[in-house]
Write a protein that binds this ligand. Structure first.
Ligand SMILES: CN[C@H]1CN(c2cccc(OC)c2)S(=O)(=O)c2sc(S(N)(=O)=O)cc21
Ligand SMILES: [Zn+2]
Length: 260
């Protein structure tokens, strides 16, 4: 099972012992330096088509809270931008900090946000299964959206209101009909670069597309994420899920392109 986490004993600084790719040359997240990103006029707009929402469930996997989608149909897609094929939505999940401190994975000119939402898509045109795509250099496309504290996000309540149902590690509950379009900011301007999963197995299989505009969520909504537990219902100890983010990794000469 997963013996990695975000603590002193099992956190990002020791992941390389079990997952040597952690020290690879296209790891994520990274610090995005806007004025060093190359504006690429050949980069078209991102096209999202989440209209036929086929969310299935919401779960606590002991590392994050994750909403999974039925990817047997080919309707929930992201395409355009740096992508050569349409990719299908598989799941989305979040990374966040502790009370008041930051929790995003990517940073912008050294600044981090309170949280980061990852919408994970896979290249079902080139690969037969998600697992196969997850190990291929162009197998996954993850759309990253920053969450900044401010006003309440009216649609995020649908997620935060369900979190009490998945308080314990390993819990899952139905969560149907959720359309992630409601979590997007108004602008789809983005930065893009080639990287990896930000958690084990850290596969270097991700085309990252990070939206520049954050969405606003309230401190109250964020505090509900911190109520989630790393521990299972049967365990006596109760450890809260917070600071589940990996710090920025070396760019190793990679180019970050911007659509702006
Ligand atoms: C635990 N989290 C990862 C789980 N995944 C994974 C991928 C392939 C194989 C596998 O187990 C065999 C699991 S995943 O592709 O759903 C993703 S995406 C992602 S992030 N933060 O970079 O967006 C982390 C993970
Ligand atoms: Zn993630």
């Amino acid at each position: 099972g997963d013996h990695w986490g975000y603590g002193i004993e099992d956190g990002p600084s020791v992941w390389h012992k079990t997952y040597p790719i952690a020290q690879g040359n296209r790891q994520s997240p990274i610090d995005i330096v806007p004025h060093q990103a190359s504006c690429d006029p050949s980069l078209g707009p991102i096209v999202l088509n989440y209209d036929h929402c086929t969310s299935m469930n919401i779960a606590n996997n002991g590392h994050s809270v994750i909403v999974e989608f039925d990817d047997t149909d080919d309707r929930v897609v992201i395409q355009g931008g740096p992508l050569d094929n349409p990719y299908k939505l598989k799941q989305f999940h979040f990374h966040w900090g502790g009370k008041g401190c930051h929790g995003s994975e990517h940073t912008v000119a050294g600044n981090s946000y309170a949280s980061e939402l990852h919408l994970v898509h896979w290249n079902a045109v080139k690969y037969g299964t998600f697992e196969e795509a997850a190990t291929a250099p162009d197998g996954l496309a993850v759309l990253g959206i920053f969450l900044e504290t401010g006003d309440d996000h009216r649609w995020l309540n649908m997620i935060t209101d369900a979190l009490y149902m998945v308080k314990f590690k390993g819990s899952v509950t139905d969560f149907e009909g959720f359309n992630p379009m409601c979590l997007l900011p108004s602008s789809l301007d983005y930065w893009t670069y080639l990287g990896s999963l930000t958690t084990p197995p850290l596969y270097e299989s991700v085309v990252w597309i990070i939206l520049r505009e954050p969405i606003m969520v309230s401190e109250k909504q964020l505090s509900k994420f911190r109520m989630l537990l790393l521990t299972e219902e049967e365990e006596d100890q109760r450890i809260h899920m917070e600071n589940n983010f990996r710090p920025p990794q070396p760019l190793n000469g990679r180019k970050v392109r911007s659509s702006i």
